[in-house]
Write a protein that binds this ligand. Sequence first.
Ligand SMILES: CC(C)(COP(=O)(O)OP(=O)(O)OC[C@H]1O[C@@H](n2cnc3c(N)ncnc32)[C@H](O)[C@@H]1OP(=O)(O)O)[C@@H](O)C(=O)NCCC(=O)NCCS
Length: 195
Amino acid sequence: MTEAVEILRTDRLVVRRFTFDDTEAFHGYRNDADVARWQGWETPYDRAVAEQLVADFATGPAFVAGMWTQLAIERIVAPGIIGDLGIRLEAEEPTAELGFTIARAHWGNGYGREAMRAIADFLLDDVELDRVVAITHRDNIASIKSLHHAKMIPVAVDGDEVVYYRPRGEDPRHRNPQAAGGDDVGGSTGPTTRP
Ligand SMILES: CC(C)(COP(=O)(O)OP(=O)(O)OC[C@H]1O[C@@H](n2cnc3c(N)ncnc32)[C@H](O)[C@@H]1OP(=O)(O)O)[C@@H](O)C(=O)NCCC(=O)NCCS
């Protein structure tokens, strides 16, 4: 087992840098058509692509503006990743775009919302970004519910995709829904494809 650099911890989860040992599990959920349904990759998912990506995630630079950083999600009680978080810091704005994936065997246990809530809290409260955004398909109910739990609200629609956001220092879910619907997302560059 190579050493994993921990980024944050929740009640049940550790969010950490990838290690080479994560390749098998990463390929497993990327190769699942149900997981890929709303994502930017196709199945069957090439094993060599998974190996190269995990190597990049494990050894490449993290949190470089304009580039996606992929972090592994692991349960505290059991070693081995169950999914990942994607974070892309904007180059021009104190903003991050977020993405998340949980392996199908672990859906419905609250891990997605726990991880998304934790990374949003971390980036807003500790890193002190101004806002986080996430883009999801309008029919991706599990994602939409998880984003709501992470205190994110919809602010823009682009075709079938909905842009969610949360600013630092307030819970936008408590705003008037009419007002929330018209918000500016503050210079988000719109959909970008994660690796
Ligand atoms: C989106 C995703 C990360 C959510 O992970 P998760 O750990 O299952 O989420 P949670 O357990 O926190 O569930 C959040 C809510 O979605 C519901 N949910 C979970 N799986 C669901 C499914 N397949 N269909 C409908 N609702 C579902 C849960 O019941 C929960 O509802 P609640 O708020 O009423 O309690 C996971 O479904 C996933 O990886 N999907 C594929 C990748 C993806 O679409 N990522 C998002 C791209 S923006």
